[in-house]
Design a protein around this ligand. Structure first.
Ligand code: PHE
Length: 334
């Protein structure tokens, strides 16, 4: 009897070791440990054996059962099905690890910064929570001036406000430095607008400011066209329209041909074929006076551009709100 059991043990071991799949392993388990297995039959017949032999055989049966069970467990792990699910399937596609990358808005900002740095501009930053002086007053928005209405300002308890544009950085830079100044100020701005496909209550602008002696409008136009050609290629359609901003005179609004529909008309360009990307103009003498510069000595230009719109055209995404929802299913596609 003991010899027979020894043979079962070594056969069991062998078959477990050579099993090539979870399925085969399960067959081995049924054959050696299952209800109808020889081991089990011996165990059930123990009662009929004389007491001495019963103890001996009983011990052997238990030892073999334990050993085979342990080996089965190890083999199962080896075959990959730790939790008893399907084993290793070599036909499944590999698991590609998730790789983090920069947000499309960050990538857009870096691209824009790169172009302007190449044109000699350096980066300046300012606070998100501003005061009335820097966001409005010094930029020649008098109190009660209707231009303030267009800004839908978020006010902060204690008297501050969330900056409605990056233009206050112009003021901060001019207050602390002397010309020549050639800076860009990228950053987040806030307006209490009802969000829709092309407006968010939070968005990004990039401000530019150049102040020196004898700066002319032609230089502004030249820099902007150079910038837009770097961004979109030499064949990009650019259009300057007269505009109004309290802090520039004269002012212009700059459009580019819509990159999504190539001028045919779509929801991003509101069917016009053109997208307004920039506000720009020559720094108003009143702004120079507000920061203690002499407008007879210096002149300059400023511009502000909508980063989100550029990002939309770069990615082909036609709803600005998607960029700030941070849904990975969306972001991972870009
Ligand atoms: N700050 C203006 C806006 O938010 C844009 C602008 C900047 C216009 C600089 C002219 C010069 O609409």
């Amino acid at each position: 009897m003991i010899d027979r059991l020894e043979k079962l043990r070594s056969e069991g071991r062998e078959q477990i070791e050579s099993a090539a799949s979870e399925k085969e392993l399960e067959d081995v388990r049924v054959a050696f440990l299952g209800r109808k297995s020889e081991l089990n039959l011996v165990a059930r017949g123990l009662g009929k054996l004389p007491p001495d032999e019963r103890r001996l055989v009983g011990k052997a049966v238990n030892r073999i059962k334990e050993e085979l069970t342990t080996l089965l467990g190890e083999a199962r792990e080896r075959l990959g099905g730790k939790t008893g699910g399907p084993g290793l399937d070599l036909t499944l596609p590999g698991r590609v690890p998730w790789v983090g990358r920069k947000h499309p808005l960050t990538r857009t900002l870096e691209r824009l910064e790169g172009i302007f740095k190449g044109l000699g501009f350096e980066v300046a930053l300012g606070p998100h929570v501003e005061d009335d002086f820097h966001n409005f007053e010094a930029l020649n928005f008098p109190k009660d001036h209707p231009a303030r209405d267009a800004h839908d300002t978020f006010y902060v308890e204690g008297g501050g406000l969330l900056r409605t544009h990056t233009s206050p950085v112009q003021i901060r830079v001019m207050q602390t430095r002397k010309p020549p100044i050639r800076i860009i100020a990228p950053g987040r701005v806030f307006r209490n607008e009802t969000p829709d496909a092309s407006h968010g209550s939070e968005f990004f602008q990039l401000e530019g400011l150049y102040v020196d002696k004898d700066v002319r409008f032609g230089e502004l136009k030249g820099v902007l066209i150079k910038f837009l050609r770097e961004l979109y290629g030499d064949d990009v359609g650019v259009r300057l329209r007269p505009g109004f901003f309290p802090f520039t005179e004269p002012s212009a609004e700059v459009d580019v041909e819509c990159r999504i529909c190539r001028g045919k008309g779509c929801s991003v360009c509101k069917q016009t074929g053109w997208v307004e990307l920039l506000g720009a103009g020559m720094v108003d003498p009143r702004v120079f006076r507000a920061v203690g510069y002499d407008p007879d000595e210096v002149s300059g230009y400023a511009f502000g551009l909508g980063v989100d719109r550029i990002c939309m055209m770069m990615t082909g995404v036609d709803d600005i709100r998607l960029f700030l929802q941070n849904d990975l299913r969306f972001l991972r596609q870009l």
